[in-house]
Design a protein. Structure first.
Length: 156
């Protein structure tokens, strides 16, 4: 096996990963820690941030300014994020500073907006659904989890 080969979790490792995600998404905590800024992309310029598109193993996907894959959650609405506390630690919300906005890069034609999270931060929405990163994705093009606990790759 090449040292550059990607190892995917199997068997017990997969079950353990799903258990960790389930525990995080059902956390009793309701807000991220004070001073939390969501993803690293949230500290963009006051004018906003650009959401791009990339080819992944799950097909075309939206990506944040850092190039990492973005996800949506089936339990969310245009006005509410159901991923808080431990869930938001595992799935950091894509946020913008007050007064900033998000827009689409080349090929991204959906509608962007924001919703106010319980902690007061502004989470970016795409076509009415809040956007998240996944803590397990470490490089552009990664899709290490898709379809788990209601999270799916955000499609352009």
């Amino acid at each position: 096996m090449s040292t550059s080969a990607i190892r995917r979790p199997t068997g017990v490792a997969t079950v353990a990963l799903i258990a960790v995600i389930a525990a995080a998404c059902s956390s009793a905590a309701t807000t991220p820690p004070a001073g939390s800024s969501g993803t690293g992309a949230s500290n963009g310029a006051a004018t906003g941030l650009v959401v791009s598109m990339a080819s992944t193993s799950a097909g075309p996907a939206l990506t944040g300014p850092d190039g990492l894959t973005l996800y949506t959650h089936s339990g969310d609405s245009a006005t509410t994020s159901t991923c808080t506390g431990g869930c938001a630690s595992a799935w950091p919300p894509l946020t913008v500073a007050a007064g900033a906005s998000a827009s689409g890069g080349t090929g991204v034609t959906g509608t962007f907006g924001t919703l106010t999270r319980a902690d007061g931060s502004l989470q970016v929405t795409y076509n009415g659904l809040p956007l998240y990163a996944w803590q397990g994705d470490t490089k552009p093009g990664d899709v290490t989890v898709n379809g788990v606990n209601g999270f799916s790759v955000a499609k352009p």
